[in-house]
Design a protein around this ligand. Structure first.
Ligand code: NAD
Ligand code: UFG
Length: 339
């Protein structure tokens, strides 16, 4: 299939491109590079052994850019990663998040249907469950109150796509609710490259390990969890990427609306991850306990059975693989894609 990949220069998008090409698909990327670098696409091309990944630098809110893309290429489906994703930034810049994520996706969906491409895989998030009513979280778990505008954009966009699919059953919509993607391609040439101070746990740990930051702050050790620190379902980004290839097979069958959790089904605390990192890499990670971070919940991990049963997909990598691969990327590229 020929796939439009929005946000393909980013962390999850670049890894998904590798798996798409490995599965025999081709792709065209549209990305405005607001949180990424075109260098990631050059490195993806090297990994998959093609001269280049077709790329248009543009914003998905720009209808003309999207129309031009759909006029130039025929797409069988779109994998839609493009979006802003920093939870705390979304609290201080709600309009920017609603504009980018909502307007961007609404424009994309409209242009897609006008060009007769009605297959979409959407990057959603475990954040739509809010403080989950059931653990491990199945897709039947009711959606919850999101604690930030970023989360609301995911929750509302899911609703938009569900309603559009209900009104027009030519649409095939797969909503993938990611848990916590970490790790990097085993080559160590592509990985997560956050701007400024990392918000997420693993990039913070790797920056401490590489000597860019003095210590990790652990946000709270008084949660109702085995060691008091927050528990999450970390998933290797290569496994997550392969989940998209599996979802494409579903779309090809004319699946209508489908929703899947992509996680491992295992929860690790912050201190578990610190210790797993130290064990996998031999590098010490100094840390100190800090107050809880606003909006955090105690425990969030998936039941990934539905994706296993219906997509034939299961995460293969364990926490040690994730730590080892995150570290290989960070240690080989201390400044990310910036040389
Ligand atoms: P990322 O920031 O690395 O990638 C997103 C890409 O989209 C970037 O390359 C950015 O430049 C691009 N982009 C943003 N707005 C755009 C616009 N208006 N037009 C064109 N391009 C635009 O983030 P990621 O971690 O790869 O996440 C990909 C998707 O998965 C996002 O939608 C994110 O919300 C979602 N998600 C991520 C996580 C996570 O922890 N990383 C968890 C759940 C869901
Ligand atoms: N944490 C620390 N110190 C840090 C960073 C994080 O202790 O410097 C802790 C957090 O308090 C939490 C755990 O590490 O307990 C994981 O935090 P992350 O920020 O890495 O991930 P979150 O679970 O908060 O959120 C991430 C993405 C969201 C996405 C969600 C899906 O940031 O976009 O996973 O589960 F929606």
């Amino acid at each position: 299939m020929n796939i439009l990949v929005t946000g393909g220069a980013g962390f999850i998008g670049s890894h998904t491109l590798v798996e798409l090409y490995a599965a025999g698909h081709t792709a065209v990327v549209v990305d405005n590079l607001c949180n990424s670098s075109a260098e990631s696409l050059r490195r993806v091309a090297k990994i998959v052994n093609v001269s280049e990944i077709p790329f248009v630098k543009g914003d998905i809110r720009d209808r003309d850019t999207l129309n031009a893309l759909f006029s130039e290429y025929t797409f069988d489906a779109c994998i839609h990663f493009a979006g802003l994703k920093a939870v705390s930034e979304s609290v201080v810049k709600p309009w920017e998040y609603y504009d980018n994520n909502m307007s961007g996706t609404l424009t994309l969906l409209d242009v897609m249907r006008q060009h007769g491409c009605k297959n979409i895989i959407f990057s959603s998030s475990a954040t739509v469950y809010g403080d989950p009513a059931v653990i491990p979280i199945t897709e039947k778990c009711p959606k919850g109150q999101c604690s930030n505008p970023y989360g609301w954009t995911k929750s509302m966009l899911e609703q938009v796509m569900m309603d559009m699919q209900r009104a027009d059953n030519e649409w095939n919509v797969v909503l993938l609710r990611y848990f916590n993607p970490i790790g990097a391609h085993p080559s160590g040439t592509i990985g997560e490259d956050p701007n400024g101070i990392p918000n997420n746990l693993m990039p913070y740990i790797t920056q401490v390990a590489v000597g860019k930051r003095p210590e990790l702050g652990v946000f709270g050790n008084d949660y109702d969890t085995p060691d008091g620190t927050g528990v999450r379902d970390y998933i290797h980004v290569v496994d997550l990427a392969r989940g998209h290839v599996a979802a494409l097979r579903k779309v090809e069958q004319g699946s209508g609306l489908s929703i899947y959790n992509l996680g491992t089904g295992r929860g690790y605390s912050v201190l578990d991850v610190v210790h797993a990192f130290e064990k996998a890499t031999g590098v010490k990670v100094p840390y100190s306990i800090k107050p809880r971070r606003l909006g955090d919940i105690a425990t969030c991990y998936s039941n990934p059975q539905k994706a296993h049963d219906e997509l034939g997909w299961t995460a293969q990598y364990d926490i040690e693989d994730m730590c080892r691969d995150s570290w290989r990327w960070q240690s080989q590229n201390p400044d990310g894609y910036r040389k």
